[in-house]
Design a protein around this ligand. Structure first.
Ligand code: SAM
Length: 307
């Protein structure tokens, strides 16, 4: 059993981006995601960009937080995601408050300095130059406006009833593969980005950078949606031929997660852990000549303490 092809790929070629995958992932972490938005204390009536909105899954949460006078623009480079987002909003109470537009993060379809906040969930992992992208996004924020970047960090993933050495080898093999996969013709990915976000935002020129981490624990018996999520993740870890992992480890890993007698998901001892990060920061307008551009090699990217 070898997973050669990309897993749950969308029309832009990004793995784990197919609509069904995103919807199931969202549903499987609904509790934590609702809490994440509540914790942001977004200002009622404000104007928020959902940058890389995908199929619009965060829109209802954002709309609820912003109240009836709030406005949301969801942008994405995937036409399929935008059509799905548009369809999802039809008939909803927030329909008149939201627009979806095709655009990249660096070139938002709004006036510079006009957004009260830019929210971006699970997108930074696909940014080859995150510091430059975050700096470009800052120009669309009002003076004192807030950027909110949420993302995963698979370095934090643990399965307590899976051989610890096997997990370490699988995670390291994927991390090593992510460092070189662009040279092999695959799209950029950094699935270890969560704990680096605070450093990136400071380097992009933001102030008052604050990191909050959310521990996602799930135990037996697993809901169907989380099972689907984990099975996709497990395959994704060893997809594209897993060039830095032995065939034996690949088989053992897949046997742990796919349906069969060695499946760990159906064991009463099953417990999984993962930490996701939300980093918020404030943008202050300044003359463009003072915007700093940074050499990533000289940055200190130490994870910040959770608050
Ligand atoms: C993993 S999905 C996350 C979608 C949504 N934010 C969520 O959490 O459900 C990543 C999304 O980012 C979009 N994306 C990736 N790079 C982008 C870029 N440079 N500009 C705009 N959207 C981008 C993809 O098309 C995809 O819909």
């Amino acid at each position: 059993m070898v997973v050669n092809s990309l897993v749950h790929v969308n029309e832009c070629g990004l793995p784990l981006n197919a609509i069904e995958w995103l919807e199931t992932h969202h549903a499987s972490k609904a509790r934590e995601r609702e809490q994440m938005i509540r914790d942001l204390h977004l200002k009622a009536g404000s104007f928020v960009v959902d940058a890389g909105c995908g199929p619009g899954l965060w829109t209802p949460l954002l709309a609820r937080a912003l109240g009836p006078k709030g406005r949301i623009i969801g942008v994405d480079i995937s036409a399929e995601a935008l059509v799905t987002a548009q369809r999802r909003s039809q008939g909803k109470s927030y329909r008149h408050q939201v627009q979806y537009k095709c655009a990249a993060l660096e070139q938002l379809p709004i006036a510079p300095g006009s957004a009260d906040a830019i929210f971006s969930a699970n997108v930074s992992q696909y940014l080859p130059e995150p510091v430059n992208t975050f700096a470009a996004m800052g120009n669309y924020l009002a003076d004192g406006g807030r950027i909110v970047i949420k993302d995963i960090d698979f370095g934090t993933m643990r399965f307590y009833n899976v051989d610890a050495d096997l997990q370490t080898r699988v995670l390291h093999a994927r991390e090593d593969w992510e460092r070189v996969r662009v040279q092999e013709g695959y799209a950029f990915e950094d699935s270890w980005v969560g704990s680096k976000l605070a450093g990136y935002l400071r380097a992009a020129g933001y102030e008052n950078v604050q990191e909050k981490s959310y521990r996602i624990l799930r135990k037996y018996p697993l809901p169907e949606n989380f099972r689907f999520y984990l099975q996709g993740i497990a395959q994704w870890f060893v997809c594209e031929g897993a060039p830095f992992l032995s065939n034996d480890d690949t088989q053992r890993w897949l046997q742990c997660f796919l349906d069969g007698p060695h499946n760990v998901l159906d064991q009463e001892t099953f417990l999984s852990e993962e930490t996701e990060y939300i980093v918020t920061a404030v943008w202050r307008n300044r003359p463009s000549s003072t915007v700093r551009y940074f050499d990533l090699h000289h940055m200190h990217l130490q994870p910040q303490a959770a608050i």
